[in-house]
Write a protein that binds this ligand. Structure first.
Ligand code: DGL
Length: 266
């Protein structure tokens, strides 16, 4: 069981930022990654569609004997966590929202917390609901920033065009009085520095990937599920292969990888 892989999925390649952070934190772990590139972007899809995609992918990862499932996508975490847990049975399921909410509530309950993410995540209002359930005095200001994920996927990072789009979103009056900002999309760690630069130290920009993998590592250790052998394997699957995705995937995972196409919907 300890040697079994950890299954990670996202709508596409955004979750590779979580896979990369996990690999650094737990270098002995085997990983199976599934990016549902055929249905990207999840941020624009209905709740039912995202739930159906997530269930199918979870079944695939369970067939691959994964010892834990990570929903490395905020859009899927916000609407499909419960149904993924149901399918997974005794296999632990992690989402990318709860660990961040727990940490933020501990650190900044008396402040105004900003949240940026896809339309699906922001419309679900999950961050505000979860934060306020733990701390009713917290103020939460959310803004959908749908151009950021495709911008990052196209490699527009640290360029004039990305500075302009980021500044346009962050200057929205909805975020005018925030003290902390949650990057509620797994694509956004790649523009963490750019967002930090925009605020020039006036806002604490929260690194969600780090918080999420620290939580997962702690939990797997507690459950005695960590791999003690160091012969690791990584497998990357997508539902629709293109060369350009493979290139972007390397950029997200920050090293060479080979994507394999698997047709779950045929
Ligand atoms: N990585 C996804 C998330 O964290 C965003 C991309 C998409 O819209 O599919 O929400």
């Amino acid at each position: 069981m300890k040697k079994s892989p950890i299954g990670i999925f996202d709508s596409g390649i955004g979750g590779l930022t979580i896979a990369h952070a996990l690999k650094r934190k737990l270098p002995n772990e085997n990983i199976i990654y599934f990016g549902d590139t055929e249905h990207l972007p999840y941020g624009e899809k209905s709740k039912t569609a995202i739930q159906n995609f997530s269930k199918k992918i979870t079944q695939f990862l369970l067939e691959k004997k994964c010892k834990a499932i990570i929903i490395a996508c905020n859009s899927a975490s916000s609407v499909a966590y419960e149904c993924v847990k149901e399918i997974a049975g005794n296999t632990p399921v992690f989402n990318v929202i709860h660990p961040v909410v727990d940490k933020v509530v501990k650190q900044c309950s008396e402040y105004n917390i900003g949240v940026i993410g896809t339309k699906a995540t922001i419309q679900s209002n999950i961050y505000e609901i979860k934060i306020k359930a733990l701390c009713s005095s917290a103020k939460v200001s959310s803004l959908a920033t749908p151009l950021l994920a495709p911008m990052i996927e196209e490699g527009f990072i640290n360029e004039d065009i990305s500075h302009t789009i980021i500044a346009n979103y962050l200057s929205n009056k909805q975020l005018a009085h925030i003290d902390h900002l949650i990057l509620a999309c797994t694509h956004y760690p790649l523009i963490h520095q750019e967002i930090k630069d925009y605020y020039k130290g006036t806002v604490n920009v929260i690194d969600s990937a780090k918080i999420v993998v620290e939580h997962i590592a702690k939990q797997l250790k507690k459950d005695n599920l960590l791999n003690d052998s160091n012969q690791t394997e990584y497998h990357f699957y997508v539902s629709n292969y293109t060369e350009s995705f493979e290139k972007s995937a390397q950029f997200f995972f920050q090293e060479d990888l080979k994507l394999k196409e698997v047709k779950l919907w045929d």
